[in-house]
Design a protein around this ligand. Sequence first.
Ligand SMILES: *[C@@H]1O[C@H](CO)[C@@H](O)[C@H](O)[C@H]1NC(C)=O
Ligand SMILES: *[C@@H]1O[C@H](CO)[C@@H](O)[C@H](O)[C@H]1NC(C)=O
Ligand SMILES: *[C@@H]1O[C@H](CO)[C@@H](O)[C@H](O)[C@H]1NC(C)=O
Ligand SMILES: *[C@@H]1O[C@H](CO)[C@@H](O)[C@H](O)[C@H]1NC(C)=O
Ligand SMILES: *[C@@H]1O[C@H](CO)[C@@H](O)[C@H](O)[C@H]1NC(C)=O
Ligand SMILES: *[C@@H]1O[C@H](CO)[C@@H](O)[C@H](O)[C@H]1NC(C)=O
Ligand SMILES: *[C@@H]1O[C@H](CO)[C@@H](O)[C@H](O)[C@H]1NC(C)=O
Length: 713
Amino acid sequence: MSATPWLLLLLCLAGAAGGGVLQARAQPDTKGFITIDCGLQGEAGYVDNVIMLAYTSDNGKLTDDAGTCHNISGEYITPSLGKSMHTVRSFAAGARNCYTLRSLVPGLKYLIRAKFMYGNYDGLNRLPVFDLHVGVNYWYTVNISSPGAAKSVEAIVVVPDDFTQVCLINTGAGTPFISGLDLRPLKKAIYPQVTNAQGLALLARFNFGPTDKTELIRYPDDPLDRFWFPWVNSVLWTEMSTTRKVSHLNPDLFEAPPAVLGTAIRPRNGSQIQFSWEPQPQPNDPSPAYFVIMYFTELQLLPSNALREFYINLNGELWFRDGVRPAYLYSGVNYNNFALRKNQYNITINATANSTLPPIINAVEVFSVIPTTNLVTDVGDVSAIMEIKAKYQVRANWIGDPCGPGTVMVWDSLTCSYAIASPPRIRRVDLSSRGLNGDISSSFANLKAIQYLNLSTNNLVGLIPDALSQLTSLTVLDLSGNRLSGSIPYGLLRRVQDGSLDLRYDEINPDLCTDGNSCQPDKRKSKLAMYIAIPAVVMVAIAVVALIVCFTRRKKQGSMNNSVKPQNEISYTSENYVYGDNSLRLENRRFTYEEIEVITNNFQKVLGQGGFGKVYNGYLEDGTQVAVKLRSDSSGQGFKEFVAEAQILTRIHHKNLVSMIGYGKDGEYMALVYEYMSEGTVQEHIEGSRYHGGCLPWKHRLRIALESAQGTQ
Ligand SMILES: *[C@@H]1O[C@H](CO)[C@@H](O)[C@H](O)[C@H]1NC(C)=O
Ligand SMILES: *[C@@H]1O[C@H](CO)[C@@H](O)[C@H](O)[C@H]1NC(C)=O
Ligand SMILES: *[C@@H]1O[C@H](CO)[C@@H](O)[C@H](O)[C@H]1NC(C)=O
Ligand SMILES: *[C@@H]1O[C@H](CO)[C@@H](O)[C@H](O)[C@H]1NC(C)=O
Ligand SMILES: *[C@@H]1O[C@H](CO)[C@@H](O)[C@H](O)[C@H]1NC(C)=O
Ligand SMILES: *[C@@H]1O[C@H](CO)[C@@H](O)[C@H](O)[C@H]1NC(C)=O
Ligand SMILES: *[C@@H]1O[C@H](CO)[C@@H](O)[C@H](O)[C@H]1NC(C)=O
């Protein structure tokens, strides 16, 4: 008997016409079904009055980018064409467009079906070819072969999260479109070949011997709502059927519906059934592996002297050792547990020598394996970046999974890291110059693995969230070129101080600290570019060394020329710490005790009293008004704290922070010389006595100093 090349998928979907109207939701119904009519105009869905399933409109709810709705051309609308195929949604823009199906059960198996009917919806008569992805894994290449052919594509996969995405990938061969999208939950035990690592893509599913050759068996005949396509070629076959009910053996791993098992074919002549297919290349696998599931149920009550027994052969070799004897009115299934990888698949079913009857077959399913080893991005990262996307209305290609699949589909402005067995993580986000408005989203602080965040040159306002300091992996944070207000949160300053964070921030912001009088906008010239970008531990250590060296030298040499900077500092600055145009500046003066006496006119005017000593008014030789903080013997501030404080102030040039002009130290004597704030609040800064909102209290800064200093020991 000759082989029949019948595994063609391009079948007419004999769907049902539509009926009543109802307000539908894009979430699973009580059965867990999601049934979407893509491109349906208006918000309202409808109930199909044949299968009694509610169709949901995809209007704007399910896709990131709206795409556009179209009616197919009237010439392709036939009475048998289901209403859901009358409209399409097409995606002319973007390399990837996705539907997000929500409220799923993580770890459960789902059947996902996408339906396509081109119908010359765009009037161009151009048949597109595009890829489908389920989640971040390749599923199928949709190759539309004729405008009037309805195509159904199915996958069975384990959904790892409580949502999954179906994405249409523009591969440069036409505009992707879709007519309908279905999701059906499956029991865990069913289709045991489907695991976390592999899903199945349907190549063929045929119901043999149906009386009505136009009828697609699906819900409610199949509670799982698979599409059992009728096998229409009956020339070579004799059809068989029963009116009695076919039962499942327990457990039945495939649960083919009785309506499918109740019909079968046997060879009209001869004793052999043969079918074959060739592997369909996938982008990453020219010869994918396959699973075959064959259903055998005896439909005739055989006399005792009759035997129906047959072998199943693959490519001319016995595949199942034992002959198959179908059970009367009970479902029987032969399938492979391990995927087959061949160049060609010829399956021959022939009667055994002892058999008195020809072989039969009731139904068959053929699936190719789709590896589902690409993992979706870490769930926490996804929800954080989704919130960021929504808040700032980020367009670009921010559709689908942020990190994948692979590095090809990664969202613009993101960099991810990939590990073998764990989900990709978002490591870098560069949203500089993207016109971001509003405040800094606290969702940034939920990107727990982020190392680099560049938000520079946007219109961001408001406070810097302290939560950013919790991001232990974050090493670069660029906030420059925004209109932020308030102060740098303590937590971030700490991170800067301990050298773990390179924070960039500037003062072109006119709104800075206008909320209170405690820190008046500074009228200082343009030496802004506040720049805290130093491994502070190193700096403090160097400074300590420098000071020790200097003072030791001073002890020997007597008075020291204060215009000479410690050499280590100079070389360190110029060689190692040049960041773009902004190199670290250590331009502070060193003052001798005698000079401090002159500056303060012998400590004449006390501005205030801080925890560590008194603050005196003074004037430099050029008339600049300064405040001089002199450590008192009783203050308890030690050498290290003093150095650390000096270090902080040396590096932090910011309106909110009093900037230091110089320092002096010799034995018991320690002094810090600050700029004098014209509104007369230097000592308040220093004492932290008038902390208003946005500004960092001095106490905090001191704590930073202390901790920083301790960190160097
Ligand atoms: C599609 O056809 C319906 C009527 O069947 C009409 O109301 C609707 O405006 C059409 N949509 C488009 C995009 O042409
Ligand atoms: C699409 O199918 C046609 C034949 O049906 C084939 O010639 C063409 O190469 C296919 N295109 C792709 C991209 O697979
Ligand atoms: C079946 O066999 C008979 C005789 O053996 C022959 O006349 C008939 O043409 C065959 N039919 C087919 C479809 O091969
Ligand atoms: C499979 O069957 C086809 C025709 O049905 C035949 O040409 C081919 O040689 C067969 N291949 C194998 C491996 O049996
Ligand atoms: C069944 O077919 C296989 C392969 O086509 C062959 O090797 C075997 O001998 C056949 N068995 C019978 C009983 O015809
Ligand atoms: C066929 O029948 C004979 C006699 O009943 C039996 O001995 C033999 O084992 C059977 N062969 C097979 C393959 O079942
Ligand atoms: C942030 O982005 C801007 C603009 O692309 C760039 O000039 C700047 O160097 C970046 N900052 C960092 C710290 O990489």
